[in-house]
Design a binder for this molecule. Structure first.
Ligand code: ZN
Length: 85
């Protein structure tokens, strides 16, 4: 006896795996995120960034190498200039 609804779950699985690889959020993040495994390194301040604001990092979890680029956020503060007239 055959079931009329034997859907193969293999296709679903393959799609999910492919998507997972692209879902790692490693750009403009608050902490250094490994582009290989996606783990976050919250000790970002420990790394030595060179003149180009880049550091070579060995992932503590998967041991893969990658470069981290530090972005400086620019904030503006304005203050009133009191003029005596
Ligand atoms: Zn990693």
């Amino acid at each position: 006896m055959k079931l009329p609804f034997d859907l193969p779950p293999m296709m679903m699985k393959g799609k999910k795996m492919e998507k997972q690889g692209e879902e790692i959020d490693h750009e403009f993040t608050d902490a250094i995120v490994c582009p290989w495994c996606g783990c976050e390194d919250h000790d970002s301040w420990e790394y030595h960034f060179d003149g180009d604001d880049q550091a070579e990092v060995d992932c503590r979890k998967c041991r893969e190498k990658f470069t981290a680029e530090r972005h400086d956020r620019v904030y503006y503060t304005t203050m009133k200039i009191e003029t005596k007239s």
